[in-house]
Design a protein around this ligand. Sequence first.
Ligand code: FES
Length: 237
Amino acid sequence: MAQPKPPVAGEELTPEQRKFLEQKRAQQATAGEYRSDQGAYLKSGRQQKQERKEEVKAAREAARVPPQPMTRREFLNYAWGAATAVLLVEAGIASFMFALPRFKEGEFGGLFPLGPITGMPSADAPPVRNLDGQFWLSMDTDGLRALYRVCTHLGCLYEWKDQTFRFECPCHGSKFHKNGVYIEGPAPRSLDQFVILLRKNGEVVAQTTEGGQAVSSSDPDVEVVVDTGKKLNGPSV
Ligand code: FES
């Protein structure tokens, strides 16, 4: 089949020439470009979009200011700021950790709230053992004491004896009064004790002194708390 004569600018197209051009345009369009009726290249929408993107990218690259090297003064300012921030964070963490109690309430080494003082054993009753807190709660006419359960000789656990109404150590025979005072045996000192806090409305109103004196109160609203984190050594014999 004979090819139609190529169109000349200004001439009217014959139907064959128009059909030929339409076929040619369709072929070129699938390849991404085609010619206009006058023979100039026309670009597909995808090509135009891609070109616009590249132009925008190139404009941005041109507008970008190259990074300037940091001056010595700026470097020192940044370093000082970073060091200060690190110090502040460390100080905050240290304060927080210091404020936290090391032992939970009811755990040996921590506080043992025992309720109102009116619920404590009477002066003529035997002492009461607290296994979790490792102490004997002992009341006499002077007041209340929390005696550490461990013998002051070599660390055995002494026991209360109702028959003799005193503490006796099964290991080497040391003996102590109900208030923890040494009686006889190889123990070098009276029994150790924990500090008792008497609290009212959350405020400490009395507590065991360094000398180990008993605490007492006639106020029925006072609460008894034993601090097993504070041990006082018994006086030497
Ligand atoms: S350990 Fe108690 S008397 Fe020796």
